[in-house]
Design a protein around this ligand. Structure first.
Ligand SMILES: Cc1ncc(COP(=O)(O)O)c(C=O)c1O
Length: 399
């Protein structure tokens, strides 16, 4: 018997599960390879069409080290040459001075942010920032403030009000993972200059969709550099970039990029880097190869198809009165209620489509949605069919 008022953890989790079930926000693992994929982040179909499998096989045949596991953290015995190859190749592609490869985008953001910021700092986070950014800041002990999504007036009002601290950070994403829209990076940087802050920008979903001639698929900042909207000096002084590789590049790992001193600092202080086994070295070799392919234009045709497919879906939705703020491969279809979103996702499943319902706490209460992701290898016919199925179900649920 537990003392009065105390509950066992088993009781607690049973209660929670039941509560989530009642509210239609209980998450479940499911996988069905027969469904048409409109939910993964394999935007360029590098996995779907077997390209990555072939790449891995050819790398395995030529890989010079007889190991699969890295056998340690990079600071101990896990620093195989392919890690530095990947980092060097990445810096060439992105035209950046230095980058450090972490095991995932999550560990990159949590490790970097908790290392570079601390209790004396203040961080201004777009309220739609990914959990890995928010967790990194939380772990750092910095004071946190949230500005309305992409609302620079609100950001400025917070920057004005919240007095000076040791360092000030602004957190945002190149493309937001649940809305697919982009921030006004130039505007944010102007505020960073005015209020002496540094921008930490996560390019996870911008990679492979946005970019420049110099850095094909290199992300939002690469595109802005080409338009001369961001100077090299600013890039050095005011911006830290994070590049999770699990989305369009179709692999895993995450680079944090900035100056050489930043890389050295993270090697010494980013706890997710220092205290965790490095990924298999062949994975780093594969990342280097993928990055080289981006740089050499091998994925240019895929990116063209991807953009044209995303524009097709957006314009179809708009012609049907469904405005979208998306500027990427992520095109949300807003529903509102979690139960309705779940029903819609099930309806799509029975019609052969894999589209997931995104519900609280991933998105705000009342903003549950279908998160549709468009891929380069979708046909316009399948996109049109998906949209017709969504609209048909939407119409029925409203009547
Ligand atoms: C914006 C953003 N940052 C970081 C991550 C985490 O990256 P990873 O999946 O490589 O851990 C994600 C993945 O969901 C993301 O959407």
């Amino acid at each position: 018997m537990l003392p009065a008022g105390q509950v066992s953890y088993l009781e607690y989790i049973e209660e929670q599960l039941q509560d989530w079930q009642n509210k239609s926000i209980r998450r479940r693992l499911r996988f069905d390879a027969t469904l048409l994929d409109f939910s993964s982040n394999d935007y360029l179909c590098l996995n779907r069409d077997g390209s990555h499998t072939q790449m891995l096989q050819s790398l395995a045949a030529e890989f010079s080290y007889d190991t699969v596991g890295s056998t340690g953290s990079r600071l101990i015995r896990g620093h195989w040459p392919s890690f530095e190859e990947a980092e060097t190749q990445f810096c060439e592609w992105q035209d950046l001075p230095a980058a450090l490869l972490f095991q995932s985008g999550y560990s990159a953001n949590v490790g970097a942010l908790s290392a570079i910021s601390g209790p004396g700092d203040v961080a201004f986070c777009d309220r739609l920032c990914h959990a890995s950014l928010l967790d990194g800041i939380r772990l750092s002990g910095a004071q946190r403030h949230y500005f309305h999504h992409n609302d620079l007036d609100h950001l400025e009002s917070l920057l004005k009000k919240k007095g000076t601290r040791k360092s000030r950070w602004v957190l945002s994403e190149g493309v937001f993972s649940m809305d697919g829209d982009c921030p006004d990076v130039r505007g944010i940087l102007d505020l960073c200059h005015k209020y002496d802050a540094t921008l930490y920008l996560d390019e996870a979903h911008a990679l492979g969709y946005l970019g420049s001639r110099r850095s094909p698929g290199g992300g939002l900042v690469a595109a802005l550099r080409e338009q001369a909207s961001i100077s090299s000096q600013e890039l050095h002084d005011r911006i830290i970039l994070s590049f999770p590789m699990g989305k369009a590049p179709g692999i895993m790992g995450g680079f944090v990029a900035g100056g050489k001193a930043l890389r050295e600092f993270l090697i010494n202080r980013a706890r997710s880097f220092v205290f965790s086994t490095a990924q298999p070295p062949i994975l780093a070799a594969m990342i280097a190869r993928i990055v080289r392919n981006f740089q050499e234009g091998a994925y240019d045709d895929r990116m063209l198809h991807l953009r044209s497919n995303a524009e097709f879906l957006r314009s179809k939705m708009e012609s049907l009165g469904r405005q979208s703020t998306s500027q990427s491969a992520i095109v949300p279809f807003l529903i509102g209620d979690a139960r309705d979103a779940l029903e819609m996702s099930k309806h799509l499943e029975t019609n052969g489509f894999d589209v997931r319902a995104i519900r609280p706490p991933t998105v705000a209460e009342g903003s549950s949605r279908l998160r549709i992701t468009v891929h380069s290898c979708h046909s316009t016919e399948s996109i049109a069919r998906l949209l017709a199925t969504v609209l048909d179900a939407d119409l029925h649920s409203r009547n």
